[in-house]
Design a protein around this ligand. Structure first.
Ligand SMILES: Cc1cc2nc3c(=O)[nH]c(=O)nc-3n(C[C@H](O)[C@H](O)[C@H](O)COP(=O)(O)OP(=O)(O)OC[C@H]3O[C@@H](n4cnc5c(N)ncnc54)[C@H](O)[C@@H]3O)c2cc1C
Length: 377
């Protein structure tokens, strides 16, 4: 630590989640001298609690889709170099109702469907015999997605930045104030010409007035890991509920009819912000989620009823009873109504970067390149 304090850096990054690491990578590739300051011994926030699902198809056209495509390409490249396994590829969106099949058909007529196919239940059954597709109307297959096991991938990314780019990490160090060239931390002063603050959903420590003024709040989610079902999924699986959450689908006119149908048939799911993502790991285990609560007082307390609903939706889509639950956890991230990401300059040498739409794993690398490009050009 003493060594860090003596050095002078071109850039200090606060936060070692995916956003902070993305900014560190973009800066290190410009041969800048970078230090990352993280209060925990390893990243422990949203970046390691998520699905590790780099989602492209279905993302909002505005501000997300192109960033997701760029980030997917960077993940592909970086995973190879850093030895991070890509544990799953592609996405299957299973339409359970005629109304959701209509949304998928409309999506296929857009340019965002490039590379995707809409297949019949019979074709889906042929390609993945273990998925019971008899109750389905159609399946959208997208080849664009990647999945990493975040809890392994994020520490590996940090280690690779340190070993291959010489990025310095100050773990277990909280940044108390950021005013380049001085950053006050719990372990003393760090000197850097510029800083990028990527605090995730810590809305109170650094620049709280900016974050409050931008109307940023927090969202709590519940997640599960199930034992392997004994077969390989053809990609990450989503259901009808996802079609009214992801902007690339939900903005289509056909989605209003589906929304009304879901309000009538699955209102408890909607009240709890539930949609289904089933992602598979290299050991066959399944990460299943999630729910969204925006008005909460104690995100640490998971509600069992939410898990019951998630498992019910799993059984309806996959067509098998869910395997045993291995783990349950909660996560939180920053949210705002009117933007997908906040990029602010509280002072000319500092950028404050907060993803406010739960898509940081899918867009972080692209946002990092934009932020560093703008700050250093
Ligand atoms: C359950 C769940 C599922 C999700 N699923 C997906 C998905 O499928 N696809 C997708 O794209 N996204 C998903 N997301 C969203 C995604 O995980 C987040 O958008 C992303 O991880 C945010 O990254 P971050 O680096 O901004 O924040 P974080 O990961 O929260 O990292 C912020 C870091 O900053 C540190 N920090 C904060 N303040 C200070 C300080 N003052 N000093 C030192 N350190 C500080 C914190 O300790 C933390 O480690 C999901 C999120 C959750 C919770």
């Amino acid at each position: 630590m003493a060594g860090h304090l003596r050095d002078k850096f071109d850039l200090a990054v606060v936060g070692a989640g995916i956003l902070g690491l993305s900014c560190a990578l973009a800066a290190a590739r410009r041969e800048l001298k970078v230090v990352v300051i993280e209060r925990d011994p390893r990243a422990r926030g949203a970046s390691v609690r998520n699905f590790g699902f780099i989602t492209v198809t279905g993302q909002d056209r505005e501000g997300v889709w192109s960033r997701a495509r760029r980030s997917r390409d960077v993940w592909e490249e970086v995973a190879g170099r850093a030895g991070i396994p890509i544990v799953q590829r592609g996405q299957w969106v299973a339409a359970q109702r005629p109304e959701s099949a209509a949304v998928l058909e409309a999506f296929m007529r857009t340019d965002m469907a490039e590379g995707c196919e809409l297949i019949t239940p019979a074709t889906a059954q042929y390609r993945c015999p273990n998925l019971r597709t008899s109750g389905l109307q159609a399946v959208l297959c997208s080849p664009h997605e990647l999945r990493v096991e975040s809890r392994d991938a994020i520490p590996m990314l940090a280690d690779w930045l340190a070993s291959d780019y010489g990025v310095r990490f100050c773990w277990q160090t909280a940044a108390h104030s950021v005013a380049p060239p001085k950053l006050e931390t719990s372990r003393g002063l760090i000197v850097a010409d510029t800083a990028v603050v990527c605090p995730g959903d810590d809305l109170v420590t650094l620049f709280p007035d900016y974050l409050a003024g931008a109307g940023i709040g927090r969202c709590a989610l519940q997640m599960l890991r199930l034992e392997s079902p004994g077969f390989e999924l053809p990609g990450t699986v989503m259901s009808d509920l996802s079609l009214i959450r992801y902007g690339g689908f939900s903005s289509l006119p056909e989605a209003s009819l589906l929304r009304r149908q879901l309000e009538a048939e699955q209102s408890e799911f909607l009240r709890n912000g539930i949609h289904l993502i089933v992602a598979q790991g290299s050991d066959g285990s399944l990460v299943v989620g999630d729910s969204h609560h925006y008005d909460f007082t104690d995100e640490a307390l998971a509600t069992e009823r939410i898990y019951e609903l998630l498992l019910q939706e799993y059984a309806a889509v996959v067509g098998h009873p869910p395997p045993a639950v291995r783990q349950r956890w909660t996560g939180t991230y920053a949210v705002a109504n009117n933007r997908v990401v906040l990029i602010e300059a509280p002072v000319p040498e500092v950028r404050l970067v907060v993803v406010t739409s739960g898509i940081g794993a899918s867009t972080g690398f692209a946002i990092g390149e934009e932020v560093i490009g703008e700050l250093f050009n």
